[in-house]
Design a binder for this molecule. Structure first.
Ligand SMILES: O=c1nc[nH]c2c1ncn2[C@H]1C[C@H](O)[C@@H](COP(=O)(O)OP(=O)(O)OP(=O)(O)O)O1
Ligand SMILES: [Mg+2]
Length: 196
């Protein structure tokens, strides 16, 4: 149905994972090819931000657009950093975000360190599409006391994956792409598109 989609993201980690999950039949092009400007993520939910990013990329490219809005929701922090995950340390990047999270959970015992990664995918056929396709995935785990592993991106080194007994950054890309929040959302999207 779609041979080519623009990915409404400036995050290289997402592009790599989503392209691997989609397979070679659908080519993902980064919105960075069309504009270096990132839209302001003004929504109050993952789904609102995903739709906003998808519409922006469709408008810039003239192509159907896929957006991924995702983040980490930590139970004891009432779901924070949530939609603010990328901006948790005021735009200072992944290492600063991770350091801030470790500090926030400094005295929290293991049993209370539950968290989930959330991924919301939005696909619009054009900028004003009145019926975006929306798919979500959750991945349950726990926040570690120190970083482990070198794969992945973002909060992966702090996310303990109970079903694999390692951190998300200790999983290879193939394994992560089978079980992550993004993998689940993409599996649903592929079903909706008749690609599964
Ligand atoms: O699999 C993941 N492994 C580790 N960390 C992750 C993952 N998935 C999302 N995350 C974190 C990264 C970022 O702190 C936030 C997403 O923020 P989010 O606004 O959706 O993405 P972004 O700003 O990096 O790129 P863009 O908006 O251009 O797609 O959650
Ligand atoms: Mg973002």
């Amino acid at each position: 149905m779609f041979n080519e989609l623009v990915l409404a993201s400036h995050n290289a980690g997402k592009l790599k994972e989503l392209q691997a999950m989609l397979g070679a039949s659908v080519k993902l092009r980064s919105v960075g090819e069309f504009s270096p400007v990132e839209p302001e993520e003004t929504g109050l939910s993952f789904v609102e931000n995903a739709i906003l990013k998808a519409r922006n990329a469709a408008r810039l490219s003239g192509l159907p657009a896929l957006a991924d809005d995702s983040g980490l929701a930590v139970d004891v922090l009432g779901g924070a950093p949530g939609i603010y995950s990328a901006r948790y340390a005021d735009g200072q990047g992944d290492a600063a975000n991770n350091a801030k999270l470790l500090l926030a959970l400094k005295d929290v015992p293991e049993a209370e360190r539950g968290a989930q990664f959330v991924c919301c995918l939005a696909l619009v056929r054009h900028a004003d599409d009145p019926l975006p396709i929306l798919c979500e995935g959750l991945w349950h785990g726990r926040i570690l006391n120190e970083a482990r592993g070198a794969h992945g991106f973002g909060y992966d080194p702090l996310f303990w994956v109970p079903e694999r007994n390692c951190s998300s950054a200790e999983l290879g890309p193939v394994e992560k792409n089978q079980i992550s929040h993004r993998a689940l959302a993409m599996a649903l999207l592929k079903q909706r598109l008749g690609l599964a």
